[in-house]
Design a protein around this ligand. Structure first.
Ligand code: XMP
Length: 522
């Protein structure tokens, strides 16, 4: 394992990402992590960048024990400065803060072979800088292994201590050969093993789940048909069979045929012990007359909890009679980015963000959380999904919000409005798939607007509703851009929606980016 200590840089997770790509397992922990509390012995340590300056009063500090572990250390940006600071070098603000490309000249030291290993097989190269401070006095025993026009200590190394530092960011794609530098450090210098594969993850995780849950323990979890909850459920099934209870709540605002599809995929195809709760009428009843988006969210969230908990109690009763243990665990499909987001060295909030999907469940049910995917990135989950036998369709499904199409029907959510929105969305997605564009788009859906427009159909005046099509490109869903569809595809979609769906006489395409708009209309 490679340990990454995070000082709060926006790029920290990229370091993790790059190293996992070599097949080397690594963990990211807050920079304040006490080394004596570590549950593993790292093969190497990387100190990340940071928005702080080492001289600031409240600047984050690493546990000095890091430097006594006798394993290779690589400091990146602030990490480099932290190393220099700790070894009595000095750091000063740059004349101008440096942000952007720079050309790194590499200095070789033939008599110090370890020092040369960081840039092994590399010549001078383009790097990405983003810093306000830099070293202005090299600490004793360190050598310069790279410099740029403005930074004479752009890369340094200490042979005996096995400590390396770079002022630039090897983890970003703007440093095109940065991955090779990280590989040299992790594989060449730390000699970490490249044995992190999804197959090994499955075996390890199944064993871990069995150990946590015990021979009689029961686990409950909600599934939505999304890739995360499905993969988590399939892992649970592999680990504890029918002592895992998956629950799908049909809230009446899922997509067309979705409930059936999920039932087939999870229950029949993947063999997961699945209960489908038909609660459409209850949800739609409670949504009557509600037009405020946040109220819709709240009602759907609370009703979900109510239905889920009632079923959990029922399962508890049934299984007690069958001599099984109580339900003690709630399964969540939390991914690593959510965990990282909440790994913070600032203050007491170093807790993991929980229950985005099923807010409130834990408090009420006294259940402990079990999160088999908490070490994985989305693309790793997809790889896992493939190995576990999930259908391609499910693996690449666009994310779908918990409140479903209720937040894509502006205004009141009624049976009729749900039927129109569903039908339009179905045609839209079908045509996107036919055009081979589904995977190019991060998220697409049809929204039903609560306005009526005049039209003409077969010599008759119509007065009907408007469908707005939304499709965005994004990787993190924090910012997004609208997708530039070819006109002929928009034309086909529009024709089909207007001709096939009663109640719609106009289709518009949403060309707003996020920000200032959001991806959902509500
Ligand atoms: P916005 O509309 O905020 O959406 O740009 C960003 C991403 O979050 C999803 N989203 C939700 N997911 N419950 C969810 O589970 C919600 O209430 C919710 N609101 C938005 C949205 O679909 C997009 O992927």
């Amino acid at each position: 394992t490679i340990l990454i200590l995070d000082f709060g840089s926006q790029y920290s997770h990229l370091i993790t990402r790059r190293i996992r790509e070599f097949g080397v397992y690594c963990e990211i922990l807050p920079c304040t992590q006490k080394i004596s509390d570590l549950h593993f012995h790292p093969k190497g340590i990387i100190l990340s960048g940071s928005p702080y300056s080492v001289y600031e009063q409240d600047a984050p500090r690493v546990d000095p024990a890091v430097f006594k572990l006798d394993v290779p250390i690589l400091g990146i940006c602030y990490g480099l400065q932290e190393i220099a600071f700790h070894h009595n070098g000095s750091i000063a603000p740059c004349d101008h803060s440096e942000y952007g490309h720079a050309w790194l000249s590499i200095l070789k030291h033939q008599d110090h072979p370890l020092v040369d290993k960081l840039f092994e097989n590399l010549g001078d190269l383009q790097v990405w800088m983003s810093h306000r401070d830099q070293i202005d006095k090299l600490p004793a025993g360190f050598r310069v292994v790279g410099k740029t026009l403005t930074s004479q200590y752009a890369a340094i190394a200490h042979e005996e201590k096995q400590i390396f530092g770079v002022q630039f960011h090897p983890e970003v794609t703007h440093t095109p050969l940065g991955k090779e530098i990280l590989r040299n450090f992790v594989i060449g210098i730390c000699q970490a093993q490249a044995n992190w594969t999804m197959e090994s993850f499955i075996d390890k995780e199944i064993a871990r789940i069995r150990q946590i849950v015990g021979p009689n323990g029961q686990v409950i979890g909600a599934v939505s048909g999304g890739v995360d909850s499905t993969v988590a459920a399939k892992l649970m099934k592999e680990a504890i069979g029918n002592r895992f209870h998956a629950i799908l709540v049909d809230n009446g605002v899922m997509r067309l045929n979705e409930c059936e599809t999920v039932k087939k995929q999870l229950g029949d195809h993947l063999g997961i012990n699945l209960r489908v709760l038909q609660a459409s009428a209850l949800f739609l009843n409670r949504l009557k007359d509600i037009t405020d988006p946040e109220k819709k969210r709240k009602i759907i969230g609370n009703t979900f909890i109510e239905v889920f908990e009632a079923e959990a109690t029922k399962i508890d009763q049934e299984t007690k009679e069958g001599n099984h243990g109580e339900i003690q665990y709630l399964l969540q499909g939390t991914l690593y980015p959510d965990v990282i987001e909440s790994v913070s060295f600032k203050g007491p909030s170093a807790t993991i963000k929980t229950h985005h999907n099923v807010g409130g469940l834990l408090e009420n049910m006294k259940l402990k959380l079990i999160e088999p995917l908490r070490e994985l990135f989305k693309d790793e989950v997809r790889e896992l999904a493939k190995i576990l036998g999930l259908d391609e369709e499910l693996i690449w499904r666009h994310p779908f919000p918990g409140p479903g199409i209720a937040i894509r029907i502006l205004g009141e959510v009624t049976h009729e409005q749900v039927a129109i929105a569903r039908a339009a969305d179905h045609i839209y997605i079908e045509e996107i798939k036919k055009a081979g564009l589904y995977r190019k788009i991060a998220q697409a859906y049809a929204a039903l607007l609560p306005v009526k427009a005049v039209g003409v159909m077969g010599d008759r005046r119509t007065y009907e509703q408007v469908i707005a099509l939304r499709a965005v490109e994004t990787t993190d869903f924090m910012t997004a851009d609208w997708y530039p569809f070819p006109y002929d595809i928009l034309k086909r979609i529009s024709n089909r929606i207007i001709n096939e769906i009663k109640g719609v006489n106009r289709v518009v395409y949403d060309i707003s980016s996020k920000p200032p708009a959001t991806i959902e209309w509500e």
